[in-house]
Design a protein around this ligand. Sequence first.
Ligand SMILES: Cc1cc2nc3c(=O)[nH]c(=O)nc-3n(C[C@H](O)[C@H](O)[C@H](O)COP(=O)(O)OP(=O)(O)OC[C@H]3O[C@@H](n4cnc5c(N)ncnc54)[C@H](O)[C@@H]3O)c2cc1C
Length: 435
Amino acid sequence: MSNLTTPKSPAIANTTEANLDSNTLKYQIVIVGGGAAGITTANQLLSKDKSLDIAIIEPAAQHYYQPGWTMVGGGVFKLEDTARNEQDLIPQGATWIKDYVTQLDPDHNVLLTQTGKRVEYEYLVLCPGIQIDWHLIKGLKDAIGKDGVTSNYSKDYASYTWEVINNFSGGTALFTYPNTPIKCGGAPQKIMYMADDIFRSKSQVSQRTKVMFCTATAKMFAVPEYCESLEKVVARRNIQVNFKYNLKEIKAETKEAIFDFTTDQGVEEVSINYDIIHVTPPMSAPDFIKESPLAVKSGTSQGWVDVNKDTLQHNVYPNVFSLGDASSLPTSKTAAAIRKQAPVLVSNLLAVRASSSLTGKYNGYTCCPLITGYGKVVMAEFDYDNKPVSSFPFDPSKERYSMWLLKKYVFPWLYWNRMLKGKLFEGDRLKFLRG
Ligand SMILES: Cc1cc2nc3c(=O)[nH]c(=O)nc-3n(C[C@H](O)[C@H](O)[C@H](O)COP(=O)(O)OP(=O)(O)OC[C@H]3O[C@@H](n4cnc5c(N)ncnc54)[C@H](O)[C@@H]3O)c2cc1C
């Protein structure tokens, strides 16, 4: 485990003398991104030490519970059920800077924002989430949101997904998965199983419908135990799965989806006509991270914030930490993972600050509640080794109604009332979830 303990620039350590001028601000701890990771981390830091001088830089006025967007697409939640005002989530004692970070200069412990602010920090926590690269699929930006082209990966289209599914009169329904890391690797399948249930509930629709999963991956899921469960689900539903199909273009006028299909002989172009299509777009680290000295320079993790997978501390700059979707942590990107990452980060950041050794260690825990139909969920929890690590005393690879109830009622409540408030972490009293 790395233990880099010396901040690079002690010159700006006295951060309480903030605001040299209106455009230069100084804080002990600056958190970039007020999403799931940023708000959770800020609250946990302040619960350990109320005197910390923390700023959260976040441009959005609304905070979304994104795991709820699958339920919005499936007609179970309304989009507004998944939203709260960001202002109401910023912890007391933290400063909200409503702005975008545009540039990072870790050699001088400073960053720049879109409105021209210069923000200096003693410690930096990077959690600006993942960037959705809609533009990498030709024709998608113009096609999406109408004529049966949709995606749960945006608040702008999740409600439209339900419209598309519910009004479908039959034909070919495509669901895609790209060749990049994405947030919540199970979400592209979850909406497909809910849609299939809706189609089957209307005999005239189901008779005329072919459901296809076109995925750039070579298997249904990375963890063998959950992969096996999902193979049974697609077989039972008679869903056609096309492995190694990577969507590259939508031709809206002719309703064609164009894929690169990788075979042993090379890559061949395949066109499939769709009546409706749910697209999971390619994703990557936010551009300002990719372009910064804080990104991994090469290899499969290129572009993500370069952190130690155990400690969440930056591999080069000891006063920088990262968690959540923007980090290089080699696990599935979920809010559930952040629940386990945040206490590790907080413990290690405070240890660096106190010049003591880092003891917090993250094991890669993540969780994807795989909805396999209305009322059915496989609670896929696993770690860095792709080994199931269940919070419950029964076989986690089975579809269960009880897990559906957790997904529908308990998890949203836990998110807003425990996790974001910094309360759901190791040692928490809620023993029914794995500690
Ligand atoms: C359809 C869907 C289904 C999902 N299902 C699940 C699920 O079932 N279970 C689960 O655990 N997870 C699920 N997730 C994933 C989960 O929502 C994310 O992993 C989680 O929100 C990541 O948290 P984060 O804080 O890293 O990023 P986010 O929550 O996305 O927050 C990042 C924040 O950074 C801000 N930001 C971006 N750029 C900048 C910048 N330049 N400067 C300052 N701020 C910036 C953004 O405005 C945003 O508020 C799902 C996601 C989707 C879309």
